[in-house]
Design a binder for this molecule. Structure first.
Ligand code: TYM
Length: 332
């Protein structure tokens, strides 16, 4: 089976609807046809300052949400990045092959560091995409299911894999991004010109999957819509309405054309009401399952320990090859 790897940062208590639709739904689909590795990337989460107790709690919560969304630990390997030392070690080797200018061109770094200013940002945030490349290359992933915002990091990963292979001989699989256009970029409900994001200034346009269903419904009913009154998919003229139609379609499984026909003669209020219902129908049971999984932390930790063991088999072998190719003296 072709291999896939993906991960999410445990930086918040809840995944948002963008993480759910852009990543988790795809992960669940792909596990039928792929050998899947799904990682909670806690090393990435300390690129900004975080309370240690919160980080531990969010690492479990993130893993629990993978399972609640339908990732099956019997088929897929679910693990925590820091349980393996190989990620940080490969990241060091790759960082020695990454140009400073090349890393400086990463737009996500520019956006994030821009908010804190050059003094407030860290070297870890700067080299973050190199650690992500290590995550992927350790497992020889053929494909990486992510949202649109990760495309540039995938390009860097491919470049690093090819560079290493040229310099030291064929070692890494060059991965392809797996980005599903319909859900690759879910927009903020209050500002449909920017993506829904955990770090948005205002949380009013962000739908947290573990939020009280009443709050979710309220947020969707107060989503910003556009001028005019016709419910029609047009990302230029009607970004707010188009975003709601995308969300509806992804969750209900009905095509956008079908939805447009359905809403003919109806207004934005009707659309928002129905989208709220569709989202709550998915989010409420998701929340229930997550809480249920979290009520048995020993079982969750057992699943993660088993995942780490499976991941280690693969990661250990890759890193050993890399160390040998690079010329590190073997231990006797
Ligand atoms: P993170 O934790 O920011 O986001 C997790 C996943 O959610 C996707 N996503 C979205 N998709 C659609 N619409 C949105 N508004 C939206 N917001 C987020 C992201 O694209 C991502 O797939 N660097 C990664 C984590 C990472 C990783 C990896 C991913 C570390 N190592 C290796 C894949 C492979 C990140 O910060 O994702």
């Amino acid at each position: 089976l072709p291999r896939i790897l993906s991960g999410m940062q445990p930086t918040h208590d809840s995944l948002h609807l963008g993480n759910y639709l852009g990543a988790l739904v795809q992960w669940v689909r792909l596990q039928d046809s792929h050998d899947a590795f799904y990682c909670v990337v806690d090393l990435h989460a300390i690129t900004v300052e975080v309370d240690p107790a919160k980080l531990r709690e969010r690492t479990r919560r993130t893993a629990a949400q993978y399972l609640a969304g339908g990732v099956d630990p019997g088929r897929s390997t679910v693990f925590v990045q820091s349980h393996l030392h190989e990620h940080a070690e490969l990241a060091w080797v790759l960082s020695c092959m990454t140009g400073f200018g090349e890393a400086s061109r990463m737009t996500q770094f520019k956006d994030k560091s821009g908010k804190h200013g050059a003094e407030g940002t860290t070297v870890g945030l700067f080299t973050y995409p190199v650690l992500m490349a290590a995550d992927i290359l350790l497992y020889a992933a053929d494909q990486v299911p992510v949202g649109e915002d990760q495309r540039q990091h995938l390009e860097l990963t491919r470049d690093l894999a090819q560079r290493f292979n040229r310099r030291y001989g064929q070692t890494f699989t060059v991965p392809e991004p797996h980005i599903v256009k319909a859900t690759a970029k879910i927009q903020d409900l209050q500002d449909p010109s920017s993506k829904m994001s955990k770090s948005s200034a205002s949380q009013a346009g962000v739908i947290d999957m573990l939020e009280d269903p009443k709050v979710i419904a309220k947020r969707i009913r107060s989503a910003v819509t556009d001028t005019g009154r016709e419910v029609r998919f047009d990302e230029e003229a009607k970004p707010g309405v188009s975003n709601l139609l995308r969300i509806h379609s992804a969750l209900s499984g009905r095509s956008i054309i079908e939805l447009e026909a359905d809403f003919e003669g109806k207004g934005y209020g009707d659309l928002k009401k129905e989208v709220a219902d569709v989202v709550v129908d998915v989010a409420a049971p998701f929340r229930e399952r997550t809480l249920e999984i979290l009520s048995d932390p020993a079982e969750l930790d057992r699943i993660l320990a088993e995942g780490a063991e499976r991941a280690r088999d693969v990661a250990h072998a890759t890193l050993a090859t890399v160390y040998d190719r690079v010329g590190f003296l073997p231990t006797k």
